[in-house]
Design a binder for this molecule. Sequence first.
Ligand SMILES: [Zn+2]
Length: 195
Amino acid sequence: MSATVSVNCNNCGAPLELASSTNFVTCAHCGSRLAVKRTASAAFTEKLDEVAAHTQTMSRQLAEIAYRAELERIDREWEREKAKYSSGKSGGADRETHPVPAILMGILVAGFGIFWTATAFQIQSNRRDFFPDHASPLDGCFPFFGLIVVALVLWGMVSTVMHSGEKAKAQDAYRRRRAAVTVEQFLNPQRRRAP
Ligand SMILES: [Zn+2]
């Protein structure tokens, strides 16, 4: 069993004989500080400042991965939160509440409700004039369907406008949270905690 290993200096190429347990060596020929790396079948050297640069690149890459993961986490959270403001009740996560179409639709339906109520009152009073014997206890209710429609539509409009305000606020918070994330946070996690 050989207790030594043959490598070449990564800087000048000079052959070096090392004890097989050596992890760091200074090249006798050019003086480079070397790290000894091993794979299953071979050993080689890496200049230490290159190791440092490589390590820096690695931690930068890891920081970028962590950074992207954090952004994705914030995005997923927002997708879930956004669903709360969606008007589609049965899994319509993509249907958003837009206040302007909702208001226009509301005005239209409310107008129809008022028209309904007025017409129903008119028809009913005509009917009472012509057929006074056919009065029914439900007579008074019919025109009020229109008023109920108007009330429901107004309530819907108010809640839509309020919801879209809440959503805009939440979206603003989400954007700020996203913008506050930087790669540097993950590069220097200790420094981030300092005030
Ligand atoms: Zn050397």
